[in-house]
Design a protein around this ligand. Structure first.
Ligand code: NAP
Length: 279
């Protein structure tokens, strides 16, 4: 029987996940379909119970449900509990189990762009919102030399860093980060600055960027934010958010099917949707 998968979110109409996963199912000869389901926050509980009752084999969870969905699941994986958000649910014999593949997806993407081992790298994250959480907890496990966070609202960055992590991690203001930018090997924008309607804005001034730094933005629409454009002009290696999106999807696909999808095919589908070319 054909299995059904999907994504729940609001808005979800422009999601690229159905095209990406349906192509992977077809390519691997798996009889399954993946659909986008628009779910308003007030309907989340009924939607999750409905997925369970209908025997939906697995689903992704996107904005704004990644935290709220947790209370309706039967089990949550330890890493997702640390991160405090779920983006992937697997239905195992009627039990809904929550995972988070965003952080690991980002890490896998980052590793395609950096040459220096992360354990020898000083990393600066800009932003302390939902996406930053998964990335922060995943990068910490790589034991970087430093993993600092700057954010418009400093308290939010401070809250992310647990007491045990204060030796490697510090919450700093945007001004401090700009002044000391030269100490970082990798700079990651996790804010929404650079995305519509803030496409002309930049989250951090890159004047003091060090030679050989890698600058990454988790935004993928536009493919090249103003932040990445300026970093490239300064000679930095850059990485957009497509890789994170593709790898989080590939990891979810593997959890559902036990099979590894073709990353290049997934990437091509995303680039085609966004009207750009692969780097
Ligand atoms: P979020 O929870 O709303 O966090 C937004 C972050 O941006 C916060 O740190 C916020 O700072 C900062 N920010 C927003 N407007 C700002 C402004 N005008 N000036 C300074 N800082 C500002 O959002 P999120 O869910 O983390 O998503 C963030 C971005 O990541 C979005 O663009 C999203 O599309 C992208 N994303 C990409 C992927 C992927 O697969 N590539 C996955 C998830 C998310 P404050 O704390 O001060 O408000």
């Amino acid at each position: 029987m054909q299995k059904v998968y999907g994504v729940i979110g609001s808005p979800v109409r422009h999601s690229m996940s159905p095209a990406m996963h349906n192509d992977a199912f077809e390519h691997l000869g798996i009889p399954a379909r993946y659909n986008a389901f628009h779910v308003e926050p007030k309907d989340l509980r009924e939607a999750v119970l409905g997925m369970k009752a209908l025997g939906i084999a697995g689903f992704n969870v996107t904005i704004p449900h990644k935290v709220a969905v947790m209370e309706y699941l039967d089990e949550i994986d330890a890493a997702a509990l640390d991160i405090g958000a779920v983006n992937t649910v697997v239905n195992v014999d009627g039990r809904l189990i929550g995972f988070n593949t965003d952080g690991l997806g980002y890490l896998m993407s980052l590793k395609t762009a950096v040459k220096k081992p992360l354990a020898e790298s000083a990393i600066l994250m800009v932003g302390a919102g939902g996406a930053a959480r998964g990335i922060f907890f995943t990068l910490l496990k790589e034991s970087p030399r430093r993993l600092d966070i700057c954010n418009r609202t400093l308290e939010r960055a401070e809250k992310l860093i647990l007491p045990d992590e204060k030796k490697v991690s510090k919450a700093i203001t945007l001004g401090e980060a700009e002044k000391n930018l030269g100490v970082y090997d990798i700079i990651i924008n996790t804010t929404s600055i650079g995305m519509s309607p803030k496409m002309d804005e930049i989250p951090l001034n890159l004047e003091n960027l060090r030679q050989g730094a890698v600058v990454s933005d988790i935004i993928y629409n536009p493919l090249e934010t103003r932040f990445l454009k300026e970093a490239a002009l300064k000679g930095a290696a850059t990485l957009n958010g497509v890789g994170m999106f593709v790898y989080q999807g590939a990891l979810a696909f593997e959890k559902w099917t036990g099979k590894k999808p073709d990353i290049k095919r997934m990437e091509t589908i995303v680039y085609n949707h966004l009207g750009g070319t692969q780097c």
